[in-house]
Design a protein around this ligand. Structure first.
Ligand SMILES: C[S@@+](CC[C@H](N)C(=O)[O-])C[C@H]1O[C@@H](n2cnc3c(N)ncnc32)[C@H](O)[C@@H]1O
Length: 291
């Protein structure tokens, strides 16, 4: 097995996280739904834009493979949804993207965030991504070899911001989606957002976060607000109550410079989605910091 090392303040540690164990779970559903909603909005204008993915993963996941089958996490998310005919246009668009990868009528593949971007963007839009894992990076890069206007780097996310931001295009979406394996990654995200925003302030930023321990989530959100960056929307979906004690009970997206339509789009989508994923499901969408 390949050992993947990264350096933290304390020294080298193993990059043990593999998204293939988690692809298509309830947290991916909410994250990718928000991603699709933002990209749909950016695609309304003719002018090309840039999609930047700081923690890109492998791009495409087999749900029938050993890793996904070991956890069956996709059954908490896309497994419950993919045959559903939605009223919400963004929910239906997301389901259609998954169906596009599974034309035989069996749920065999799930698209990661860079693949969703590749399926949605026009040839003139650009895609940039960084992924550190030595096994996931080549899988990701191989999917972009023939796509013009793409830059896929085996690079640390924060070094990637320095190397690739600002992009040539004036508009864009930056997705920040670390594994949060280490406690220090929360602080890294706060610094990373400030760094990226200082270089590309007009972009929309979407930061995914897990809900594991409520007090820690609120401290993280306060730290993001503490950057002084304006116009933040918080979207959260929890299939289980905080009190259930089952590890990750939900997840959220903090969106900087959200499209003005995003809050309403997500309220409508989550009203429809929440009971499909869990009878105990709950969601919230609110403006955290004003424009
Ligand atoms: C949650 S997964 C990404 C999933 C992907 N964004 C998606 O939605 O399909 C996080 C990824 O970040 C990678 N990673 C961890 N630390 C990183 C770093 N400092 N820079 C870049 N990638 C990193 C991991 O190898 C993993 O593939």
């Amino acid at each position: 097995m390949l050992a993947a090392f990264k350096f933290a303040a304390t020294g080298p540690f193993m990059l043990s996280y593999r998204h293939s164990f988690h692809a298509g779970n309830h947290a991916d559903v909410i994250k990718h739904l928000v991603q699709v909603a933002i990209l749909d909005y950016l695609l309304q204008k003719d002018k090309p834009f840039c999609y930047h993915d700081s923690h890109a993963g492998a791009g495409l996941y087999s749900l029938l493979g050993e890793q996904a089958q070991k956890t069956s996490e996709y059954q908490t998310g896309i497994g419950k949804l993919w045959q559903y005919q939605a009223q919400s246009p963004v929910l239906q668009h997301y389901i259609e993207l998954v169906k596009q990868l599974n034309p035989d009528g069996e749920l065999a593949f799930y698209p990661g965030s860079p693949k969703i971007a590749a399926l949605m963007l026009r040839a003139t839009d650009s895609i940039q991504a960084s992924e550190l894992h030595p096994s996931d990076y080549p899988i990701l890069a191989s999917q972009f070899v023939r796509r013009r206007h793409s830059r896929i780097e085996n690079m640390d996310a924060w070094a990637g911001f320095k190397a690739m931001l600002p992009p040539l295009h004036k508009r864009g979406l930056v997705l920040i989606d670390p594994p949060y394996e280490l406690k220090t990654e929360y602080q890294d995200v706060v610094h990373g957002l400030s760094l990226a925003y200082s270089r590309f302030p007009q972009a929309t930023y979407a930061i995914w976060y897990p809900v594991i321990e409520r007090a820690a989530v609120e401290a993280f959100i306060s730290a993001l607000v503490g950057t002084g960056i304006k116009d933040m929307l918080r979207i959260e979906y929890c299939p289980l109550p905080d009190s259930s004690g089952f590890g990750m009970t939900g997840s959220g997206m903090l969106v900087v410079n959200p499209p003005y339509t995003l809050a309403d789009t997500m309220r409508t989508a989550l009203t429809e989605l929440s009971p499909l994923l869990s009878p105990q499901g709950d969601f919230s969408v609110h403006q955290l910091v004003a424009e």
